[in-house]
Design a binder for this molecule. Sequence first.
Ligand code: GAL
Length: 960
Amino acid sequence: MSFRTTTADYVEDVSPGSGALPPRAWYASSDAKSLSLNGSWRLRLSATADAEDDSFAEEGYDAGDWAEVVVPGHWVLQGDGAFGSPIYTNHLYPFPVDPPHVPTDNPTGDHLRVFDLPDDWPAGPDAGGAVLRFDGVESCARVWLNGTDIGEFKGSRLAHEFAVGHLLKAEGNVLAVRVHQWSAGSYLEDQDQWWLPGIFRDVTLLHRPAGSALDFFVHASYDHRSGEGTLRVDSDVDGRVTVPALDIDVATGDAVTVPVLPWTAETPRLYDGELVTQGERVPLRVGFRTVELADGLIKVNGSAILFKGVNRHEWHPERGRALDLETMREDVLLMKRHNINAVRTSHYPPHPAFLDLCDEYGLWVIDECDLETHGFTEQGWRDNPVDDDRWTPALLDRAARMVERDKNHPSVVIWSLGNEAGTGRGLTAMAEWIHGRDSSRLVHYEGDWDCRDTDMYSRMYAFHAEVETIGQNLDGGTGKRRELPFIQCEYAHAMGNGPGGLADYQRLFEKYERLQGGFVWEWIDHGIRHPELGYAYGGDFGEELHDGNFVCDGLVFPDRRPSPGLVEYQKVIEPVRIDGDGSDGTVRVTNRYDFADLSGLAFEWSYQVDGETVEAGTLSVPSLAPGEAADVKLPEPPGDARGAETQWTVSALLAADTAWAPKGHRVAWGQFPVAPRALPSLATTARPLRGKRRITLGPARFDARTGVLHSVGGIEVSGPRLDVWRATTDNDEGAEWQSDTRYAVLWRTLGLHRMQHRLDAVELAEDALTVRTRVAPAAREVGLATVYRWTSDGDRLRLTVSVKPEGEWTLPLPRLGVRLGLPGTADRVRWFGGGPGEAYPDTGTASVVNRWASTVDELQTPYVRPQENGARADVRWAEIGGLRIEGDPRFSFSARRWTNERLDAAAHLTDLTPGNEVWVNLDHAQHGIGSQSCGPGPLPQYFLRAEPTEFSFVFSVLDR
Ligand code: GAL
């Protein structure tokens, strides 16, 4: 005899659930009472879905010995590991693929909360009803109130409401929620992120007075020709709509047209209003705007827009996807301050309050449905739920829950069906339903390359060359596709050091009308705070399958500190372009906003001599309209600075406080040289002298046998010697599915991380010490003939390095320069060159030429998985440990308390501990960064090719 347990059959049911109310518009609060049920709940964890019966839901059940968890929260992130662990996979399902079945081992959390109604909660026969709302539970929940089973649901990042008024008591209400980690819904939620079960968004009891609002749809369009907005609120419950600032007072269902200021992401004008039904006053925030597809372009209020976007997952390093309002606001403020104008809510509708913030501060939003079935790619998409009619009701339920919840947000301009779910009838059904329900927005889905269901052609990680072809409309495709605009819903993979090539993409986006910008992947590293590891990533919890640090690929670190990638993006997408060549005394200012003029900005100039500002002032720039440019005269260059390097810096600053940044916040800048620097010159007057153990040359002492430098002016130095290796970046490593060459793999195969240095000759001449070497890896015939030539004027010391490749070099070099060791006391650095942050050949747009200072520790960029970082570019000179190092030509500077080899071997930042020396790399060049961790490698112009090269440094000792 065989039997199946029946208690938890709903877990594997493909239907969306039962018992919930129809979805409706979300609003934060109204005059109706509500009771937050967030806080401490009782938790009992079981290993399987039906290990326990339902008796815990009964009134009087004693849960006194249960654990406690915080709601909203994920149980696996609470209890110090006592409640299981997070699992990270990119696209692999962490369970056998046999839809809709899930494993018997199915962590199940029984949650209990007992609550009283507040004293002023309406009671009696006219009290109306009440609704219990769950804003997000992963992945499947069954709910009982006071012992009555009220339903079950799936759709982790979607709201579900239940009518519960008839069950409520004044005191001692028992709310029981059984949450299963795995369910049929898990097959639809295969997003690249941690699997984190729990009640992770708010639980709220809402009073529903008699005659209160049900669902309502705010239609607020804008006619850019007349300057008028038209408002109509369709409401399930009749009422009136008022907008005092516009003198609007109309019945629901009636349209009214009045002059308004439109809403855009740049000018997020919202009008406060109210929907008043017989039983409730619901606050409205109305933004008038019209989204359309016109002339093959996405237009808002008649103008084409350019997305300068990011993909945002919800993330907090301790609380996972349970975000509080302040964290959400921090995201929005950081985005606005970094010139970002758009968010794709990858890959699910966010906490609804986030969209309120987007309305308020101004961000274009692609609201994406909670749908991804990426793991089916492993079986050639066989049995993909989006192409199986049995699942279509669940897909339509998800589409409806997103659209109905979020439809009243002016910031939402595009609905996205989901992510990486292949193709199929279910997606078409979703698109048809959405188009029918809301014709005022456009529909997006990346997987639909023929654009059967969508209103734009969207791709992810398309290489620059292909993007250009698409821009020129030479990419072919279906007739429909050729008529549609193009966006990159994901590009510029921000994993580790990078992304490189952002500026090259932006140039294309700005050049071709059809290209309407893109969304960098992604906003934040999903590192989990960990007592031993700093931040944990995939595999750190012993997962059977995992994708390592692929989960840390954001523009901000897990603690939301901006990474260099964000600073680069900020510069690349700045809304004002400031160009000039310094020689003709004018600067060209271009307004790159889509809607705003420049009246909100104040311009400043400053003039630098050898990196120091000697004079500064304000610049009067006309309030240019979007797209306009003007040449603005700069003042006469101050003073006579013959022989020095001089340059202009012009900045655009906020002229007044805004909601997202204070007056003076820098929005854009440009720098242009006037006179270049004179390169360091040095007479070769000193003569090398050979002693028994040492060779002396001016201030320097060398080992007499090896010719290796030992000290300069009494400062001990190890090396310098040629260094071509860098701790490979995630982008050097590349992703195996990308077509570009994965150089990290080839570099290691060739042996660039284990170069041997052979000494060929130590030669003393009248004016120079010359050390000839050959640097090459074991087992290979290629090598670098490397000559160190030392000269001195008695006071200063010049090293000229010449490198000649021997054999057939088919690979670029990671870096080319010298590395030297200094005593560990060398903890401060000053330099004249690019800063304040790191910069590499294709990530250096934001690097400002100036004088900078830092500690060695602060030079390090804390990529969650340690890798090459922290190089300052275009350095003219640097001072560290009592030495001054001048470059001829400019160089790239880095310094750290561990070797590059130890950096390379580290898996977490906590693996890096300071040694006794500070290791300084003086690089003539570095190889580009690219974004091959999920995209193209560096473009050819950023390659560091092995070719004959010569570069030099002048060392001197600082006065102490
Ligand atoms: C995309 C996917 C994202 C993420 C990214 C790589 O294919 O849509 O969710 O996995 O690649 O980080």
